[in-house]
Design a protein around this ligand. Structure first.
Ligand SMILES: [Mg+2]
Length: 237
């Protein structure tokens, strides 16, 4: 079975925040007179992010997407700060935070990304990103010098469906004129990436950089370099 394309998730798979998210939120909040610890904010972020609606706006006209993305994040950040009263300049805080995370310097590529993607490209693989992120991702990947590897960068906010919805995977396959069996999808979320891809008929690969998960999917790697032995193995079947 020959794999022709590899789809990759972005955050936690290709890129990570240059500084811990909780720390960025807390340091900036202090500037606006709100004293919170990075750990408290990190915990609130986890809680609120997990219960947030999908970052997708089915049927929305393209011209409205950026406003909707911003409103989605503003809602989330507002909920994160609910336990702290008296955040008077919240709008200004949010604007600064949102702009901060749009900058490439706010993110870093995992160390093995460049060598891995270059080698996959040499092998003739079609590479694309499938991410539950928003339009900012495109500028971030460009700024990090990573966009050129990808034929497409599919972000849920623009596709109209977020992982684990099968539809985002089907959209990517259709755009490439590929069948589900032609593609691998690699990501760090068991639910969104591994199970989402598998349900859509693609081979899902879970990247677990700390290797601590209790789960035991057969396609599990601890760095993107692990893609090569998987491809060799699939080629031999
Ligand atoms: Mg991820």
């Amino acid at each position: 079975m020959a794999i022709k394309a590899i789809f990759l998730d972005a955050a936690g798979t290709l890129i990570k925040p240059a500084r811990r998210v909780g720390e960025t939120y807390a340091v900036l909040a202090r500037k606006y007179g709100i004293e919170v610890s990075a750990a408290e904010i990190a915990e609130r972020f986890r809680l609120c992010f997990h219960s947030a609606p999908p970052l997708a706006f089915p049927g929305a006209p393209a011209a409205r997407i950026e406003d909707l993305e911003r409103a989605w994040w503003k809602d989330l950040v507002r909920r994160i700060f609910e336990p702290w009263d008296g955040f008077q300049r919240f709008d200004d805080y949010f604007a600064e935070l949102f702009a901060y995370f749009a900058q490439p310097v706010a993110w870093t590529l995992y160390p093995e990304v460049a060598e891995t993607l270059s080698a996959l490209e040499k092998r003739g693989m079609v590479l694309s990103v499938i991410s539950n992120f928003d339009s900012r991702l495109i500028g971030i990947l460009e700024g990090l010098g990573a966009a050129h590897w990808f034929e497409h960068i599919f972000v849920s906010s623009r596709v109209g469906y977020a992982k684990p919805d099968q539809q985002i995977f089907h959209t990517a396959l259709e755009r490439h004129s590929l069948k589900a069996g032609d593609a691998l999808h690699v990501g760090d979320s068991e639910e969104k990436d591994l199970h989402g891809a598998n349900k859509a008929g693609l081979k899902g690969v879970l990247v677990e950089r700390n290797g601590e998960s209790n789960s035991n999917p057969s396609l599990r790697i601890t760095s993107l370099r692990g893609i090569f032995p998987l491809l060799d193995d699939l080629d031999q079947r």
